[in-house]
Design a protein around this ligand. Structure first.
Ligand SMILES: Nc1ncnc2c1ncn2[C@@H]1O[C@H](COP(=O)(O)OP(=O)(O)O)[C@@H](O)[C@H]1O
Ligand SMILES: [Mg+2]
Length: 244
């Protein structure tokens, strides 16, 4: 379980200080997958960095499984926006990067194979398609065998076929592994496809302005159902018609 109470994050100090998150509270139950949507620049990535322990709260607190977050935890993985691959490292080295940063000796070979990347381990990111790069980013997170997965726009800038592929992959992994997940997206269909609940954030500084229950999420064929379509329409309305 993730508990966030009155989280405030301010970049810098004094006259140039930028408040990115202001008094944000949210709870994600164990094994729940929640999506987070909000206007561009509202503080979504900042929120994920704080959940991952990379940014210390200016005020408020974050607890994971009842323990206060103070720095990066072994059981929490973050999938960076655009996968965050290092171009000078091979696929395997990229997939094992978070393990090595944590001083762990495990390898990512099995995870890469599960994600259809066997045979590409010695390649470099520039030799991969966009969809493969995203899968390497996912492999890097999965290699940690995390209890909590934080995902920052995992399908942004992908073509629609690849996007659906990655979305189906994430849903499948969630079913299979049973992690607790927070998925940030600016894609409304993705928010409805992958969020058991959808948290809608305000413009910067971010706080939660609405929580949409989405009980149909995860059911087979959900994407094509009238319920799915009406949830997307509802979300679009909540976001003011223009989208985030
Ligand atoms: N290191 C930083 N220093 C100052 N301002 C920042 C920094 N990082 C992000 N910001 C600002 O904080 C706000 C929230 O950024 P971010 O969390 O990346 O938004 P989102 O992911 O929702 O698009 C933005 O206005 C951004 O310009
Ligand atoms: Mg962002």
């Amino acid at each position: 379980m993730i508990e966030v109470d009155g989280l405030t994050l301010i970049y810098g100090r004094g006259g140039t200080a930028v408040p990115a998150v202001a008094g944000l509270s949210m709870v994600v139950d164990s094994y729940e997958l929640v999506s987070v949507v909000g206007p561009s620049g509202c503080g979504k990535t900042t929120l994920l960095f704080a959940l991952d322990g990379l940014l210390a709260p200016t005020a408020g607190r974050i607890r994971m499984h009842g323990e206060e977050v103070r720095g990066v935890r072994r059981d929490v993985a973050l999938i960076l926006q655009d996968a965050g691959l290092l171009p000078w490292k091979t696929v395997r080295a990229n997939a094992e990067l978070s393990l090595r940063i944590q001083g762990r000796k495990e390898t990512a070979g099995k995870v890469l194979a599960e994600l259809g990347l066997a045979g590409f381990e010695k390649r470099y990111p520039s030799e991969l398609s966009e969809g493969m790069k995203r899968r390497v980013g996912i492999a890097r997170a999965l290699a940690l065998q995390p209890r909590v997965m934080l995902m920052d726009e995992p399908t942004a800038n992908l073509d629609s076929i690849t996007r659906e592929h990655i979305q189906n992959l994430i849903l499948g992994l969630w079913w299979e592994m049973g992690f607790t997940g927070v998925l940030v997206t600016h894609d409304m269909e993705e928010a409805v496809f992958l969020g058991k609940r959808i948290l809608v954030l305000s413009a910067r500084p971010a706080r939660v302005v609405e929580v949409i229950e989405n009980p149909g999420m995860g059911e087979p064929g959900y994407r094509g159902t009238p319920e799915f379509v009406s949830q997307v329409a509802h979300l679009r309305q909540v976001l003011g018609g223009n989208g985030p």
